[in-house]
Ligand binder design. Structure first.
Ligand code: NAG
Ligand code: NAG
Ligand code: NAG
Ligand code: NAG
Ligand code: ZN
Length: 302
């Protein structure tokens, strides 16, 4: 009995050690499992306990605002972007994203981030024909393809955004991202993986206006979902001016209020789960948070 328990706990210990901690948070949202394809399937989920750990770390490391008094806020901070388009053949359906779509996507990103003082500069596009990566890279990395893909392609440092496009076999996953606080330990995993059909110029609504990248980049810059914690109590998304809500919103509801007090759910916020044409804002609180996050963990002066 005791030996069994020891065995089980050491096995658990081993398996926990073997999987990078950042990966444990990529669970498939329950709603998304029930209805794949229809609802926004962002895989960047984090448990309240882990969010709490990261928050303590963040508050301890955060540099004082006085260090940034000399930053000229009329000049945006520019983040270099390396795009890695994984394809199975040289057609648009096969993942070979046309250049004009990449341009449209970067324009959407820069417009969406305009109010934050952050801009993105697309440095280069690497195109790779790899049918297995294109089809089988997944949210939970069952086939263990994400690591070799990123090991081979990743460029730059903590302040560089690497974007990978794959198909997720159109299983409903739209994308997932790595948090700034995980950079030190899991730098090779850093970046964003999104479904290639989410770029502007693709014909199928409601996730075809490029907001998947805006949303995942929000995570990459240190923001959580506005419904983080899925409760009306607790710290929520650690941002004061996003009304707390306990359930994610889909589509574009006319008005919803899942938690009493604090105002209606922020259905137009880029960090909820609503449709691309419903999202149009970051709050000032989110802007402050993402700046502090990237000062702390990505060495970006903003
Ligand atoms: C800040 O940047 C703006 C726009 O680039 C420039 O016009 C202005 O002179 C700068 N201000 C200072 C104090 O450097
Ligand atoms: C390219 O890949 C796509 C996606 O699987 C497929 O639909 C298409 O038939 C392929 N085209 C060619 C020319 O192989
Ligand atoms: C950001 O907004 C300002 C002021 O509205 C505008 O002049 C500028 O062109 C915008 N930049 C982008 C990248 O959208
Ligand atoms: C790729 O994914 C398919 C469908 O899920 C699976 O059947 C196949 O075994 C995977 N291939 C590899 C090499 O992992
Ligand atoms: Zn998300």
């Amino acid at each position: 009995m005791i030996i069994n328990q020891l065995l089980i706990s050491s096995l658990l210990f081993l398996s926990v050690q073997a999987i990078p901690r950042g990966l444990l948070d990529r669970r498939v949202p329950p709603d998304f499992k029930r209805d794949p394809g229809r609802q926004r399937g962002c895989g960047t989920l984090i448990s309240p306990d882990r969010a709490d750990d990261l928050e303590n770390q963040f508050q301890g490391l955060k540099p004082p605002p006085s260090l940034f008094l000399a930053v000229n806020h009329s000049t945006p901070a520019v983040i270099p972007v390396y795009w890695h388009a994984i394809a199975e053949n040289k057609t648009a359906e096969g993942g070979w994203i046309p250049k004009h779509q990449l341009k449209l996507q970067m324009d959407v990103m820069n417009a969406d981030y305009n109010s934050t003082g952050i801009q993105f500069h697309h440095v280069s596009t690497t195109r790779v024909i790899n049918k297995l990566w294109f089809r089988n890279v997944t949210l939970n990395d069952e086939d263990q393809l994400e690591l070799p893909m990123k090991k081979r392609l990743r460029r730059g440092d903590a302040g560089t955004l690497n974007i990978y496009t794959v198909s997720f076999q159109n299983d409903g996953t739209l994308g997932f991202a790595a948090y700034p606080a995980d950079y030190n330990q899991y730098s090779v995993y850093d970046g964003i993986v999104i479904r290639y059909t989410t770029l502007p110029g693709n014909p199928t609504p409601p996730y075809n206006l490029g907001r998947t990248l805006t949303h995942e980049t929000g995570h990459w810059l240190g923001l959580y979902h506005t419904f983080q914690g899925e409760s009306c109590d607790g710290p929520g998304d650690y941002v004061d001016d996003t009304p707390q809500h306990s359930v994610e919103n889909f589509g574009c509801p006319s008005s919803v209020d899942t938690c009493v007090g604090g105002g209606d759910d922020p259905i137009h916020n880029f960090m909820d789960y609503t449709d691309d044409d419903c999202m149009n804002q970051f709050t000032l609180g989110q802007t402050d948070r993402l700046k502090d996050q990237i000062r702390t963990f990505r060495n970006i002066t903003v």
